[in-house]
Ligand binder design. Structure first.
Ligand SMILES: Cc1cc2nc3c(=O)[nH]c(=O)nc-3n(C[C@H](O)[C@H](O)[C@H](O)COP(=O)(O)O)c2cc1C
Length: 365
């Protein structure tokens, strides 16, 4: 699930996630976002949004508070449940975290006994330098875009470099791209669906949802995006759009939802061939389905594509892989020892003052 680090303090969130991890037997993943919509700030008592890179700086402290609670507050053998003595826990193995930082003060202890994963699998969606630096420190699974193979691989490289610079392994992060998959029992049926979806798409609706800082529809279609941004006085850094394309081309791409690379329309076999190429040639680890139709997109995928991927050994059979979400993705249930969150295990480092990360991202990260 997605939850923002910007507006609600970490203590109650830590408790909720631990409860969910118990309830789901360790199947919880958290998509860390910092909230990009200005309106959100005005719903939480602020006049305006906190600047983008500052939000990631704040998110770093937020994560450290959570790690202290999830990883450091209870030892593995703190729960004794001894009927004879009436002891539920061994108090010497449960501790206060006493976090004091610029944005948060949290004494602890964590209110929930250790759940199967402790820290939920950490997902993140980013394409920005500050977000990628944050991902190198924290993320285990990254949602990323990628109009082209090269674009996807550049993001993957920069995040893996940032992870390795933090002492994490070369395969510490898995990469999930958003993919458009339109499938039918025949090629004709699939293309027919694609035409129908396009007929119902609303460009205004999609633009409103994206919340771009500039209204592209106000410019002549033959201007490049770079020219339109210059005319409106918008910094090219404020949008992630192909600057060399024309406004018309970009609006058409936004309207149709058609990606250049991670997009396929066809029969289960055509779709599975393409997904195998994304996995083997582009080097992705998974896909996040773009939803064209609620809930037709997911149903079509489950009914038509999943059996084909299972036949090819690309997906396990139902029920063949029990265990926690992290075990399914990485083969181990807990954060690895070299992840920053693991440093608080056993109560280590809880006394050390929290050092904020720099707000500005060093060049080249
Ligand atoms: C599956 C998914 C769910 C998302 N949900 C939210 C959300 O609820 N709130 C939000 O602010 N951003 C959400 N995002 C968008 C990310 O915050 C967005 O990609 C943002 O651009 C990431 O920050 P950055 O690229 O500026 O670093 C979501 C992204 C994905 C892939």
């Amino acid at each position: 699930m997605t939850f923002s680090t910007t507006y609600e303090p970490p203590f109650a969130f830590a408790r909720r996630m631990s409860t969910l991890d118990h309830l789901t037997r360790g199947r919880v993943g958290w998509n860390i976002v910092t909230s990009y919509l200005p309106n959100a700030a005005r719903n939480f008592g602020l006049d305006d949004q906190i600047p983008h890179d500052r939000r990631y700086q704040l998110a770093d402290e937020y994560l450290h508070v959570l790690y202290k609670l999830w990883e450091g507050s209870w030892d593995d053998d703190a729960v004794v449940l001894d009927r004879a003595s009436g002891a539920a826990t061994e108090p010497s193995k449960v501790r206060y975290v006493n976090h004091v930082g610029p944005a948060h003060r949290v004494a602890g202890p964590h209110l929930v006994h250790p759940s199967p994963q402790r820290t939920p699998v950490l997902f993140q969606a980013t394409g920005s330098p500050a977000g990628s630096a944050f991902a190198g420190r924290h993320a285990e699974v990254l949602f990323t875009g990628g109009r082209t193979t090269e674009q996807f691989q550049a993001v993957k490289r920069s995040v893996l470099d940032a992870a390795v610079a933090q002492g994490r392994g070369q395969d510490a992060v898995r990469f999930v791209v958003q993919a458009g998959v339109i499938v039918g029992r025949t090629q004709e049926e699939a293309e027919d669906k694609w035409r129908t979806y396009q007929q119902h798409a609303s460009l205004d609706g999609i633009l409103a949802h994206q919340g771009l800082p500039v209204d592209l529809t106000a410019f002549p279609r033959d201007l490049t995006v770079a020219q339109a941004l210059a005319r409106s006085g918008t910094s090219p850094d404020a949008v992630r759009l192909p600057l060399d394309r024309t406004v018309g081309e970009v609006l058409e791409q936004i309207r149709t939802g058609r990606q250049e690379r991670f997009f396929v329309v066809g029969t289960p076999r055509v779709v599975a061939d393409e997904i195998e190429r994304w996995l083997d040639v582009d080097g992705i680890d998974g896909i996040n389905l773009r939803q064209y139709h609620s809930f037709g997109t997911a149903r079509d995928f489950a009914e038509l594509v999943v059996p084909e991927l299972r036949r090819r050994g690309r997906l396990p059979e139902a029920g063949a892989e029990p265990g926690t979400l992290r075990e399914r993705v990485f083969g181990h249930p807990r954060l690895p020892a070299e992840h920053v969150g693991a440093r608080y295990r056993g109560g280590a480092h809880l006394e050390a003052p929290y050092e904020p990360v720099p707000e500005a991202v060093p060049a080249g990260v």
